[in-house]
Design a protein around this ligand. Structure first.
Ligand code: ZN
Length: 281
């Protein structure tokens, strides 16, 4: 079986330090958490940013500061900047993180309900963001909350906006979206084009069980406080603790952990683009 790529969704837009004091929010805290998670075995980092009041922001300067601090502390890691909508709905603001030339960006290819909001990704916005991925050569991680989002991504690939092999992340268990069951994970993982790679992001209590399923099935794993604030025993999680748990599970099952460069090969990332972001900071 392929080596396991461990992604960490460090902060997200919704959690607060009040919900879990281990949540990293400042650039310094986020970079330090990346380093701890990297030392524990994670290689890919899904980054959201917060302003001075700890509120979600798409401010490019904050993204730059976060990327700079992360690359200083853990230069080898793969950065994936978020293009999510909770921090703002302005199209330019949402696509700007991709223009910073990280190795990867997130790309939700459809709309769905999330707690309190419609997570809106209209067809014109999807095509606009796809063009920015095409122009920049940044690899998108297709965030799939519903099956139709797979079809939308395949359509964009056929139109030449995004390139195979595609990488999907199945976000399962968010209230209002597909439930976090192994049945759904099986279905989605069998619904993507051959030669694609995939990971699962189980939300809340689904995080660790679906991670275990993905390890067995040959997929990859995303964990982190963006998706889940607790360990299975109900105590507060931290990003490094979640990574350590996944590494232990993988070892017990006999799956080895991918290094950053091994993950780049598995994800078909162009190694010459590894540090393009440094020229943008
Ligand atoms: Zn996110």
């Amino acid at each position: 079986m392929e080596k396991l790529i461990i992604t960490v969704a460090l902060t997200g837009n919704v959690p607060t330090k009040k919900m879990n004091p281990n949540l990293p929010v400042t650039a310094g805290e986020i970079a330090a958490d990346v380093k701890r998670c990297y030392d524990a075995g994670a290689v890919l980092f899904h980054v959201h940013t917060r302003d001075a009041d700890q509120k979600p922001t798409l401010d490019l300067n904050v993204y730059k500061e976060n990327a700079r601090r992360i690359k200083e502390l853990a230069p080898e890691v793969i950065l994936q900047l978020s293009t999510g909508a909770r921090a703002g709905k302005d199209w330019e603001e949402r696509v700007n993180p991709v223009r910073l030339m990280p190795e990867m960006g997130s790309f939700t290819t459809g709309s769905n309900n999330l707690p309190g909001i419609v997570y809106e990704n209209s067809p014109p916005f999807i095509e606009y963001l796809a063009k920015v991925y095409q122009e920049t050569g940044v690899k998108p991680e297709i965030e799939v909350f519903e099956t139709g989002m797979i079809n939308n991504a395949v359509f964009l690939q056929k139109k030449g906006f995004i390139q195979a092999p595609l990488h999907f992340d199945f976000v399962l268990g968010a209230p209002g979206s597909m439930p976090g069951t192994t049945k759904n994970l099986q279905f989605l993982s069998e619904s993507i084009p051959a030669a694609s790679t995939w990971s699962v992001a189980g939300i809340g209590k689904a995080e660790i069980p679906l991670s275990a399923a993905a390890i067995v099935m040959g997929g990859h794993v995303r964990v982190g406080l963006e998706d889940n604030l607790y360990l299975p025993d109900g105590s507060p999680a931290s990003n490094p603790l979640l990574v350590e748990k996944i590494v232990r599970l993988a070892r017990e099952i006999g799956r080895e952990i991918a290094s950053p460069d091994e993950a780049r090969t598995l994800l078909a990332l162009d190694p010459s683009r590894k540090n393009r972001i440094l020229n943008m900071l």
